[in-house]
Structure formats: structure tokens, C-alpha cells
Design a protein. Structure first.
Length: 279
């Protein structure tokens, strides 16, 4: 057998495998992950740019067990493209320091940097998050509700994303629960799936939903990072969901605020975990 890719012939013969072995490998490993993460330290709802940035920051704390939940099959949210489906990504300083830490190349100007394709950021940070031993991604998984005990968010209620979409077509298809010490809600803005974390809190009378203001790049990113934090006990809000909760402006196709908001959310979670040890 060839020992390197270069030594392989063009027409290869694959090693044999049983179909049942493939099924067992997928099912056993996935179900073991569900069993392990039924009790998590941090659950992150949404794997867009803010959620991924939070997850990346938490990879630096290997003792913290993180479940990253994404309703779409493909994580990344809106960070695969810039504005109006164009592919370059603009990141205002000082958020470029995260790009440098990730090893993502960019063109630099005085006040901002530009990536030749947004996917360079998303693919790189996603690869680092997936490789981390303390983070597991559950994609194609919806958060249908929050677990709340005595006024504190204590986990999330999950289901397969396709089941969530099919609730109106079938009788009872109950979800299950992942308990956690902290939930980071990074559900974005607009659309049917936007801001679902704070929308649920508002329905329960636990917070006021002020709604996102119109676009103002210079005001938006500072305000979103400033307001990133624990909105109710046990739940931290980050990214564009902050704008929906606190009525800050939207920033449009500039991504520094997402990166720094996600980073801040992770560090707020770390401090909260330290304060609640043994509780």
C-alpha cells in the first residue's frame, strides 16, 4: 500500500468496509456526544460569526465543556459573504487582532482590514472550533425553547431542525433537553429564526424587546459590544441579537462587532462560571 498521497496511482482501490460498520460508527459516536453534553458548562445557540467567535475563545479553556448548536446544516451564518452576497469581508480595527491570532491574511488600511473572501475567516475559525476537544457542534439542530428554573436559564430544549419545521404536519414530536450552567444566545436578527432567544424571554415577561434600529456602522459595533452580557440570570446575549434586545443600530456588512461581541460573551461566561462554582 502506498504511504503517501503522491505515491498513489490515479485509479485507486479502497479498503473494504461493511455498510453496518458505517452506521454503527456514526450512531455510536453521535449518541455518545449527546449523552456527554446532556450536562454542559456552556451552550451556545447559533454558529454565526458571533457564536463561532465565542466558541473559539472558549477553546482556550479546555476544562469548560461547550455545546455549540446550529439549526442549519452548514454553520457560519452570514459570515460566508459580505454585503449583498459579495464575497470580500470588511473588519474594523481592533477586531483584526482576532484575525491575526487565527492566522487569516488580509489587506490593511488605516482603520480597517479586508479579507479577499469572507469564507477565509469562517472556514478557519470553524476548523479550530471543531478541532478543540472541549467543544462539540450539533448542527441541523434547533433550539425550540429554554429550560428555566426559578428565574434562571439553565439549558435549552432541542430537536432536529427538520422536525422543528414539520411540527405543523405531524402530531406530537417532543424535544429533549441539554442542561447548562450558562447559555450564550447568538441567534442574529431579522427573519423567522432571528433573535429567538430574547424573543422567548420577552414572551415570558423576563425582558423587553426594543427592536433593532436602522443602520449606523459607527454607532452599531461599539454599542453591540458594550451591551453584550448577561441579559437575565444564566443567559448571555451576543451578536446582532443584542441589537434586537437593546434597540441598538445595525451595522450592515462590517464584522468586527460580531467578533468582539462573541469574544466578550465567552469571557463573561468564564467569569460567571467562576462565580457559580459549587452552586
Amino acid at each position: 500500500m502506498a504511504e503517501s498521497l503522491a505515491a498513489l496511482p490515479l485509479d485507486v482501490t479502497f479498503a473494504p468496509i461493511r455498510e453496518s460498520a458505517v452506521s454503527r460508527e456514526m450512531t455510536t459516536r453521535y449518541m455518545n456526544q449527546l449523552l456527554d453534553y446532556a450536562d454542559s458548562d456552556v451552550v451556545i445557540i447559533g454558529a454565526g460569526p458571533a457564536g463561532l467567535s465565542a466558541a473559539y475563545e472558549l477553546t482556550k479553556y479546555p476544562h469548560i465543556k461547550v455545546a455549540l448548536i446550529e439549526a442549519s446544516v452548514a454553520p457560519g451564518g452570514g459570515a460566508w459573504v459580505g454585503g449583498q452576497l459579495m464575497t470580500p469581508m470588511v473588519v474594523r480595527k481592533p477586531a483584526h487582532l482576532m484575525l491575526s491570532e487565527l492566522g487569516v491574511e488580509f489587506d490593511e488600511t488605516e482603520n480597517y482590514v479586508v479579507l479577499k473572501h469572507a469564507g477565509l475567516f469562517t472556514a478557519t475559525i470553524l476548523a479550530k472550533v471543531l478541532a478543540a476537544p472541549n467543544v462539540t457542534l450539533f448542527n441541523a439542530t434547533s433550539v425550540e425553547d429554554l429550560l428555566i428554573r426559578s428565574g434562571r436559564v439553565s439549558g435549552v430544549v432541542t430537536n432536529w431542525a427538520l422536525v422543528t419545521k414539520a411540527h405543523g404536519t405531524q402530531s406530537c414530536m417532543d424535544p429533549q433537553v441539554l442542561e447548562s450552567k450558562i447559555v450564550i444566545s447568538s441567534c442574529g436578527h431579522d427573519g423567522p429564526f432571528g433573535a429567538t432567544g430574547v424573543r422567548r424571554l420577552a414572551e415570558l415577561g423576563m425582558c423587553e424587546l426594543k427592536g433593532m434600529r436602522a443602520l449606523d456602522m459607527n454607532a452599531a459595533e461599539d454599542e453591540i459590544v458594550k451591551n453584550t452580557g448577561e441579559i437575565v440570570p444564566g443567559m448571555i446575549v451576543t451578536g446582532m441579537e443584542v441589537a434586537e434586545a437593546y434597540g441598538t443600530a445595525r451595522m450592515g456588512p462590517t464584522f468586527g462587532g460580531m467578533l468582539m461581541s462573541g469574544r466578550k460573551a465567552a469571557l463573561v461566561a468564564v467569569e460567571s462560571l467562576k462565580k457559580n462554582v459549587g452552586k
